[in-house]
Every structure is written in structure tokens, then in C-alpha cells.
Design a protein around this ligand. Sequence first.
Ligand code: HEM
Ligand code: HEM
Length: 202
Amino acid sequence: MRERTPTLTASEAVPGIARYDNGAIVFHWTMAVLIVAVGVLGLLHDSWPKGTSAFWINIHALVGLTVWVLVIARFSWRLSHQVPALPPGSGEFSRRFSRPVHLLMYLLIFITPVLGIITFIWHGRVFDFGLFRVDFGVPRNRAVFHPTEDIHGYLAYALFTLIGIHVLAALWHQFYRRDRILERMWPGGRRPRVTPNKAGQA
Ligand code: HEM
Ligand code: HEM
């Protein structure tokens, strides 16, 4: 009698873990670097030498606008690409909370620049892209830009807090739980072909 070949599940068939695709990894690390840059520039607003702050606020605004465009592109990409399923060993807490926390980060990365844009324009500032300038011609209006500037700051601090928790969680998973979560998002690693399951979808 011929022996039957056993049917393997995806995780048995492929040694390794399901990783994010290259596009998602490029988006993630590009946005991470730009968000750190825009955050540092924001925190330094009151520290620039006299006469240079308009220049630096413009740089902050341009980097922030880039982040805004990228998060819209990234989120559209995410809606059309499956998120890899979490490794079998990851705990119930991660399964429940990682997606909502990621979505909250996307929301904050989208909404924080919106308040920044309103603050910038109603401050009577002009976007200077180097080759051209964009002037909305809105007169400076303290009643608008004062509260929006505060809200923009609070949202940025909320985002920084969430990012801090996110980074600690990634490191905790990698080095304490050793469930290789960080490898899912690490550039240049091996990329085993594992079919994502429903539990891992966005
Ligand atoms: C994710 C993107 C962004 C982050 C994390 C961020 C972060 C910050 C932070 C931390 C501050 C200082 C708040 C404070 O002092 O309490 C700030 C101020 C400010 N940001 Fe942003 N920002 C972002 C995007 C933008 C964008 C897109 C614009 C405009 C197009 C913008 C315009 C401003 C302005 C006008 C201020 C106030 C500067 C001043 O007059 O003192 N920001 N931002
Ligand atoms: C400004 C900094 C960062 C931001 C805004 C950010 C944001 C995000 C977001 C939104 C996701 C969800 C991706 C998706 O499913 O669509 C994600 C995933 C991930 N991030 Fe970050 N991240 C940042 C920095 C970092 C750093 C520094 C690390 C590593 C220490 C890291 C490790 C990871 C890992 C491992 C995942 C995949 C989690 C999983 O498998 O479920 N991130 N990040």
C-alpha cells in the first residue's frame, strides 16, 4: 500500500515567521524616521536662534506634510494588502490590542498634521517649497491658531507616548518573549512565503 503524504499547515511547511511585505517595511521605517525628525523639530520651536524660527517652522511644516501624504498612501496600501498573521506563540493581549493601537497611531499621524496645517495657515505663514511658494492669503488670526496650536501639540504628545509604548512593546517581544515580532518588520530579513490567515487581517 502506498504511504500518504501528510498535509502540512503553513506554519509547519515553512520554517520561520510571516513577515510584512517589502512595501510595508519601507513605508514603516521611512515614516518612523520622518516622524522622529518632525517631532524633534516641533519640540525645538522655542529654541531656534532669533530670526531663524520662521525658516525652521517651514522645514517642520514640509516634513510634516510629507508624513501626512505618506500616511494616507500607507493606509490605502494597508487596506489593499493583508497583514501577516501573528506568530502562534503571541499572547492574547497582543492579539487583542496590537491592531487597535496601530490604527490609533495611524489616526494620530493623520490628524496631527491637519491641526498643524490650520495653525500654519491661520498664523499667516506661507509654505516655502524652495522652487515655489504657496500662500493661502489668510490673515493672521489668533482666535484660530492659538487653540489649534495647543491641540496640535497635545496630539503630537499623545502620538509620542503611543510610539514610546509601541517601541517598548516591540523590544519586549523580541528580547523577552522572543516571539520574533520585530523580525516581521525588520528590513532585509528572510521572507518565508506564509499565507496570512483571517486572524491577521486588518
Ligand atoms: C506628524 C506630524 C507632526 C508632528 C509630530 C508635529 C509635532 C509638533 C510639535 C511637538 C510641536 C510643538 C508643540 C508645542 O510646543 O507644544 C509642533 C508645533 C507646530 N507645528 Fe507641528 N507637527 C507635525 C506636523 C505639522 C504640519 C504638517 C504642520 C504644518 C503644515 C505643522 C505646523 C506646526 C506649527 C505652525 C507649530 C507651532 C509653531 C510655533 O509657531 O511655535 N506641524 N508640531
Ligand atoms: C515613529 C516611530 C514609529 C511609528 C509611527 C510606528 C508605527 C507603526 C505602525 C502604524 C505599525 C502597524 C503596521 C501595520 O500593521 O500597518 C507598526 C508596526 C510595527 N512596528 Fe512600528 N512604528 C515606529 C517605530 C518603530 C520602532 C523603532 C520599532 C522597533 C523597535 C518598531 C517596530 C514595529 C514592529 C515589529 C511592527 C510589527 C508589529 C506586528 O507584527 O504586529 N516600530 N509600527
